[in-house]
Design a protein around this ligand. Structure first.
Ligand code: RBF
Ligand code: MG
Length: 324
């Protein structure tokens, strides 16, 4: 009978995204996709020092709290394993941290990194990979693991914890979801920010990819990035910020994303600002003055589209309190 569930710490805190952000900040021209980091994190481990220094600015992945609550409701003890368990315990005392173990027959191991995965399977332990929109398919893993049994599951809710047979197909559908401010579950653990020395510039509003308004329900003004802006923002970690904006001489609070949109695998850097206000027009070509005042979180990849939406909706609530 399964009574424990070990979850990879890197999943809970999304180390890969932070690592990606730090590497990009050090060298914006580095031709690196988040997938590179995910597939071979060892290659980048020399920056682990930096990763640990930046732990205090991390927020747990948006679905984490619900997930842990769900597991508890199934009478399964959720444990997050990490070689940095003690350090992490100090930063995230509400999560149950433990050093890595690889011998517990009564446990399921969730999304281990590939090297741990092999180690676990050699010992005939139960490994489950949860589907996300970027997870390689079953054949890829089967080949890699030489047909050792590995379980693929679509979601926590549909995974048959007590008997665990498998398998469902991943479905990624965008249009059910919109930013909905009443739907924030994890703000309690997310209500943190860092005050910055304000960074100020003016930029032209250009066409983006039109996802913000239609897909995410959070319309954004995409800003042109010139040499000056590049210089001014080069020390900012890719992430989410709050600030004050001026558009046609009127002031609006704003929440913005500066980065590479890892969820959508966009590679060029973008700066996108959502203004707190009602607008009919699109303002393409207009100038926006922006004063960046707070850092909210590093940008992140997400397991599901739902999580991206929830994260942005929480950002929106937190930033509004700061700048409106
Ligand atoms: N994209 C990501 O891939 N990861 C993020 O963590 C992320 N956070 C965002 C937070 C805010 C407040 C906004 C406005 C956007 C964020 N985005 C993020 C960018 C989002 O993917 C982008 O706005 C849409 O793709 C539209 O281009
Ligand atoms: Mg936009």
């Amino acid at each position: 009978m399964i009574s424990k569930c070990y979850i990879n710490c890197e999943i809970i805190l999304d180390f890969n995204s932070l690592l990606f952000s730090i590497l990009k900040k050090q060298n914006p021209d580095l031709n690196l996709s988040l997938n590179d980091v995910q597939e071979n994190p060892k290659k980048y481990l020399e920056t682990q020092e930096l990763l640990l220094q930046n732990l205090s600015i991390l927020k747990p992945q948006i679905g984490v709290i619900e997930t842990l609550q769900f597991l508890e409701s199934q009478h399964i003890q959720p444990i997050i394993y990490s070689e940095f368990a003690q350090l992490l315990q100090q930063h995230f005392p509400y999560l149950n941290w433990q050093e890595f173990t690889d011998s517990d027959q009564n446990a399921i191991f969730i999304d281990p990194r590939i090297d741990f995965c092999e180690q676990l399977l050699k010992k005939n332990l139960n490994v489950v990979l949860f589907k996300n929109h970027k997870l390689k398919d079953k054949d890829y893993w089967n080949q890699l693991l030489q047909n050792k049994p590995i379980l693929f599951a679509e979601s926590w809710e549909t995974f048959p914890w007590q008997s665990f047979k498998l398998v469902t197909q991943p479905i990624f559908s965008a249009d059910q979801y919109k930013v909905n401010e009443s739907e924030n579950a994890s703000t309690k653990y997310w209500n943190t920010f860092i005050k910055l020395n304000p960074i100020e510039f003016t930029s032209k509003i250009i066409h983006g990819r039109n996802r913000g308004g239609t897909m995410l329900g959070i319309p954004t003004a995409n800003l042109q990035i010139n040499e000056e802006i590049q210089q001014l923002t080069k020390n900012l970690l890719p992430g989410v910020y709050a600030g004050i904006t001026y558009l046609e001489n009127k002031q609006y609070g704003g929440v913005l994303s500066i980065g590479y949109n890892p969820y959508f695998l966009d590679t060029p850097q973008t700066i996108e600002v959502h203004l707190y206000g009602e607008f009919q027009e699109d303002f393409y070509g207009a100038n926006l003055r922006l004063i960046i005042t707070h850092f909210l979180r590093p940008e992140s990849d997400f397991r599901t589209f739902d999580h991206l939406i929830k994260a942005i909706s929480n950002d929106k609530i937190i930033a509004r309190k700061l700048v409106c």
